[in-house]
Write a protein that binds this ligand. Sequence first.
Ligand SMILES: [Zn+2]
Length: 491
Amino acid sequence: MNRRSFVQNAVAGALASAATTSQAAPPASKMIGLQVGAVSFVDEGVNKALDIFQQSASVNTLFVATFTYGRGIAGRQVPGQPLPDHGTQKYDTDTFKGGSYTKVRPQYYKDTVIQQFRAPDFGDYDVLEAVIPEARKRGMKTICWFEDVWNASVPNIEQAQEKRFDGTNATTLCFNNPNYRNWLLGAAEDYARSYEIDGIMWGSERQGAFANAIGASHGGNAGVARTTCFCQFCEAKAKARGVDPARARAGFQALGTFVQNGRQGKRPVDGYYVTMWRLLLRHPELLAWEMLWTDSLRETYAAIYAKVKSIKPSIGVGWHIWHNNSYSPIYRAEQDLSELTKYSDFLKMVMYHNCGGERMASYIRSVGGNIYGDVPQQELLDFHYRVLDYKEEKPLADIPKAGLSADYVYREAKRAKEALSGTKTLLWPGIDIDIPTGQTQSKSSPESTRAAVAAALRAGSDGVLLSRKYSEMKLANLRGAGAAIKEAGLA
Ligand SMILES: [Zn+2]
């Protein structure tokens, strides 16, 4: 055998063996994830639910909601929304409480006053103990998915809450408060040491004081009085960064008057946009306080990442990035992926196309009430489409009913993928399946779901994460996602 035929034979052999391997191993090479809460496994049975996930959408990774006090990722369908075509056909208004859906091991929470947060919904049921062994038998991975959503009834919680500008306690917790920081690190350690998990994802759908004050988000509620955080820990951290808390307070006081006047339709003499710039120039502490919050969030990511890696480096660690990234240029500026990649194995960038139209309209109305108060709202939307690089989206009057397009998903995924290029961080776009919208607004369909998943994959994403929770998804729409996954050769 001469050298050339030896090489040809070797290559042919390798190809044949690769073909055999790919037939034996699961064909999906990308992460196909699904978010699911404990209630679905309790209601439908672990194995029946896993069968549906695999058969409908070739899911290979479970994002199990392990902790939240919110209905976004736990509990059955949100009351008032139609129940999907699976699971218990009854709302859990009386039984949903929230908290930890896994056992709480006190040794991990010694350095925090937050110690009683076990969800009472299902007694002693531990969702990871119930799911992981069955998932592993099928070669499915399990990622703990927890979020920054709390309840004021948790004992001692007031010792971890943020302080609003008006001095009252917020219901949100402060990343700079050791009670919260240590709770987060304790929870991550508990998951990493107690279970055979493949990853941890945490998410915080909040932003800093300036962006909150002007209502720069969907569902934004502008105003300064309830803006956070002005607690002792944040003030001390500000001072250490050379930012004077007293000057910041003066800035927020002035911003409060500006926002209040906007609400009452009292246009400033020089107009809204110019006056906003005058405030920022006079009070640069407004932006310093915004960035103080964002840096504190980043430090929280980095601390959780370091904690998990110190325990078991093979556990993937990443973050759910809030949908506001699709609307607010301020928030988008703060999601600097080149920064985040330092402590992110993966990023779930939210790209919810269906509810996205309604949310975009809400964002435009909110900032249209103050800093852009002089701009007609359609013009303001066009400006945002332009600066956010969206091309095929509908006018303001239509987007709540139409949603955003699959092209929006493609552009967002492509942009994120480019920003992450040359790094090890994987991109897993969050895909909208039946996220609740107003009764007469856009609803998910099998075709629009298929198109959104196809767009995310076409943009070069490393997977997709079907969101927000299985208990609100219709099976036909889940199969719509599955169709795109099959077409992409991943099933
Ligand atoms: Zn604080």
